[in-house]
Ligand binder design. Structure first.
Ligand SMILES: [Zn+2]
Ligand SMILES: [Zn+2]
Length: 102
């Protein structure tokens, strides 16, 4: 199950469970859309993978107790800002490789 982390790891912007700006990598490293686009260049600084929009977990109990009331979002903040120039080099190197060979 996704943790639904509370904020962007780079800029610390709050990303509540219904945020349309939350982006996650396959390990659930969590960033805001602006940081993914302008700082990370769609390369995760922790694992080198790409990002996808984080799905919204329902706030209401539509079906079978699968909702935020039973499975709340994480409150554990991870704030580890990236060094933009070091990350730009890392991202540029990875982006020269075809997605299927990464
Ligand atoms: Zn951010
Ligand atoms: Zn990652």
């Amino acid at each position: 199950m996704l943790e639904l982390r509370p904020s962007c790891e780079n800029c610390n912007k709050p990303l509540p469970p219904d945020s349309l700006e939350a982006r996650i990598c396959s390990y659930e490293c969590t960033f805001c859309a602006a940081c993914v686009d302008t700082v990370l260049h769609d390369v995760c600084p922790n694992c080198g993978g790409g990002f996808a929009p984080r799905p919204i977990r329902p706030a209401r109990n539509w079906k079978g107790d699968n909702f935020l009331g039973k499975d709340p979002a994480s409150a554990k903040v991870k704030h580890r800002p990236v060094d933009p120039s070091a990350h730009a080099r890392f991202a540029a190197a990875i982006r020269t490789i075809s997605p299927h060979d990464r």
